[in-house]
Structures are given as structure tokens and as C-alpha cells.
Design a protein around this ligand. Structure first.
Ligand code: KIV
Length: 265
């Protein structure tokens, strides 16, 4: 398999081939995922919840992400690696540049920031410094205290309009990819069709250019509550973890995941 690059992902958007993404945090899993054909691996700050056992992603620091990125990069074969920018690691421009540089040095191909219009200058400066950026709109877990909980976003017409406008503004600022989390399927579909960059959904319906899940949700080992948009693929697998990853890839490529029961109206 050839190394997945931004060119590959842009081409997949054009041809309509679904992009399959998962989180990983270590070398063993990134080796399995990339060998099975996962195109994009995200070292997400979800590690705060599924690895560290916190109730939110807020305690995750740049040092934590840097460590897990280094481990993940070692095991990776051909996947495109995205590093999350954790809570408060991009609050100012100097912080954003310094932390993004750390993650890129440790193996990332791109960094991901949660948020809308306020990020325009940060995105532009990161790109000028050779760092591609992925946006993240909808349910942005780092803002859980502002949002008042982990709930579906973009439900009212005004909220939907704001997310659409922010998606355009981020594309204009130069992001090369966008993650939409926990928004109604129709809204995600409209944004996906209107943008030129690949749009990856999690709880955003079947029409996005690709799908991402937290690895532990796909394996059914997340402690406590599993959101509606998750599916345990390990239950259906006859070939262990590798089989579960293969089933996820097949379901996303065929447009069978997410189904209606994993989506919001
Ligand atoms: O941190 C993470 O794993 C994420 C995904 C849920 C998109 O941001």
C-alpha cells in the first residue's frame, strides 16, 4: 500500500471513495490499523478519557499528546497521521506554533484544532509554517463546560447556520480537512457537498466524505456510557481486533455505517 498523503485524501473526496479513520494512541494498534488499510489515524485527546480514565479531555497536555504521537508513529505503516491540539495548547499564536511543531517533529502529518472563526489567524500561521490543519466543528469536547454537556449541536436553524458559516470560513483560512461531530445528518450532508476539502463525520450521518470512531468504542471497551453514534464491531468479528477493523472499513466504504440508529435528525 502506498503512503496516504493529503493528495490521496483530496483525490478520494473527488472520486467519492469513503475515507476511513480511527483513533490510535500506541504503536501496536497503529500497526494493526494501518496494516488493515485505515487511511487516517488520529492521536486524539480522547486519550484523556479512554487511556487515562478522566471524565473529559481537558486534563490532556501537549506532553501527553507528544508521547502518544511518537509511539503511534513508530507502529504506523502508511496511514496519514493527525495530532490533536489538546485543551489550551493553541490559545495564543506562540503556543499553537510551538505545540504544533512538537507534534509534527514526533511524526504527525497534520494537526487538529477545535473551534470556529477565532482560529482563522492561527490556521493561516500554522500553514505558513508548513503545518496542515484539520478543523473540528459541532460538538467540540474541549468546550464541554461552555456547551453544557455532550449534546447534539446545530439543531436550531441559527445554530446550523453558524456551523455552516464557520465551516466555510475555516476552509477559506486554509484547513485541508474538517471533522464534524454530533450534528444532524442533513446539516453534515449540506456542508460536505458544499466544501472542497474532505469532511469526516462522527455522529454526523452517512453522507460525509469519511467516518472516524474512537478505537475503544469500535472495540466495545470504553468504560461507562457509549454515545449513540458508536458501534462495537468486535462483537461481529470472527478474527479478533483485525477482523473488527476490517468490518469497520467494509461498512464505511459500502456506506453502511453509520446507519440511521447511529445518526441524528
Ligand atoms: O479526540 C478525538 O478522538 C477526536 C475524535 C472523536 C474526532 O477528536
Amino acid at each position: 500500500m502506498e503512503k496516504i498523503t493529503l493528495q490521496t485524501l483530496r483525490k478520494m473526496k473527488k472520486t467519492g471513495e469513503k475515507i476511513v479513520c480511527l483513533t490510535a494512541y500506541d504503536a501496536s494498534f497503529s500497526h494493526v490499523l494501518s496494516t488493515e488499510g485505515i487511511e487516517v489515524i488520529l492521536v486524539g485527546d480522547s486519550l484523556g478519557m479512554v487511556i487515562q480514565g478522566h471524565k473529559s479531555t481537558l486534563p490532556v497536555t501537549p506532553q501527553h499528546i507528544a508521547y502518544h504521537m511518537e509511539c503511534t508513529a513508530r507502529g504506523n505503516q502508511n496511514a496519514f497521521l493527525i495530532s490533536d491540539m489538546p485543551f489550551m495548547s493553541y490559545a495564543t499564536l506562540p503556543q499553537a506554533l510551538e505545540n504544533a511543531a512538537l507534534f509534527m517533529r514526533n511524526g504527525a502529518n497534520m494537526v487538529k484544532c477545535e473551534g470556529g472563526l477565532w482560529l482563522k489567524e492561527t490556521i493561516q500561521q500554522l500553514i505558513l509554517n508548513g503545518i496542515p490543519v484539520c478543523g473540528h466543528l459541532g460538538l467540540t469536547p474541549q468546550s464541554v463546560n461552555v456547551l453544557g454537556g455532550y449534546r447534539v449541536q446545530g439543531v436550531t436553524p441559527a445554530a446550523a447556520k453558524k456551523i455552516s458559516e464557520e465551516a466555510f470560513a475555516l476552509q477559506e483560512a486554509g484547513i485541508e480537512m474538517l471533522i464534524l461531530e454530533c450534528i444532524p445528518s442533513m446539516l453534515a450532508s449540506d456542508i460536505t457537498q458544499s466544501l472542497q476539502i474532505p469532511v469526516i463525520g462522527i455522529g454526523a450521518g452517512p453522507s460525509c466524505d469519511g467516518q472516524i470512531l474512537v478505537l475503544h468504542d469500535l472495540l466495545g471497551v470504553t468504560p461507562g456510557y457509549a454515545p449513540k453514534f458508536c458501534k462495537n464491531f468486535l462483537i461481529e468479528s470472527r478474527e479478533g481486533v483485525q477482523g473488527a477493523v476490517r468490518l469497520f472499513i467494509q461498512a464505511v466504504k459500502a456506506g453502511k455505517f453509520p446507519a440511521a440508529q447511529h445518526s441524528f435528525v
